[in-house]
Design a protein around this ligand. Structure first.
Ligand SMILES: [Zn+2]
Length: 182
């Protein structure tokens, strides 16, 4: 089929579920679109937060940042109410996390408070994994089922919240992606 035609066809999604649309400053890659599709309320929330993330990160409209979403399996994923973000800017969340650990440790070991602060700020500016997590944490309105923590988990949850008491088990399970549900 001609490529121009293909692009206009709707993604093969489950009824009632939709793809997360691209924005002015970001693109979305949905791995296995049929299984990555989510309910419209979650798609709209992700679109809003992704655009804020990209704007705050200083993304140029001529070069939108790519965000990769992969299907999850458990809980809210089964009903399309959860999404897993695995990569941003072409780099996996696990790599962003490893980089974050190395650079912030190096920053903390610098001799003066000013040097430590500048090195930390440089990493906060450049690390798109940390930035998208922070944007999702600060701007997102995620589910909080009765008796459960806010449903946003990722590599930085223990350090940044919202649920700093996250178990080692759950934290390990989210070292390579950010899970959110609505
Ligand atoms: Zn998930």
């Amino acid at each position: 089929m001609h490529e121009a035609l293909l692009a206009t066809l709707p993604l093969p999604t489950t009824p009632g579920r939709v793809a997360v649309r691209e924005g002015a400053l970001y693109r979305v890659t949905m791995v296995d679109p049929a299984r990555s599709a989510v309910v419209p309320a979650l798609a709209r929330e992700l679109e809003r937060v992704f655009e804020l993330f990209a704007r705050e990160a200083g993304v140029d409209a001529a070069e939108p940042v790519n965000i990769r979403i992969e299907p999850g399996i458990f809980g809210h994923h089964q009903v399309g109410r959860a999404a897993d973000v695995y990569a941003v800017g072409g780099i996996g969340l696990r790599e962003w996390w490893n980089r974050w650990r190395e650079r912030t440790a190096r920053a903390a070991a610098l001799p003066t408070p000013l040097a430590r602060r500048l090195a930390r700020e440089t990493e906060e500016k450049e690390n798109l994994g940390w930035r998208i997590y922070e944007a999702m944490r600060r701007h997102g309105r995620w589910a909080q089922p009765y008796g459960h923590p806010v449903q946003l988990f990722g590599p930085w949850t223990r350090e940044s919240g919202p649920w700093r008491q996250i178990s080692d088990f759950l934290l390990r399970a989210h070292r390579d992606h950010i899970h959110c549900s609505k």
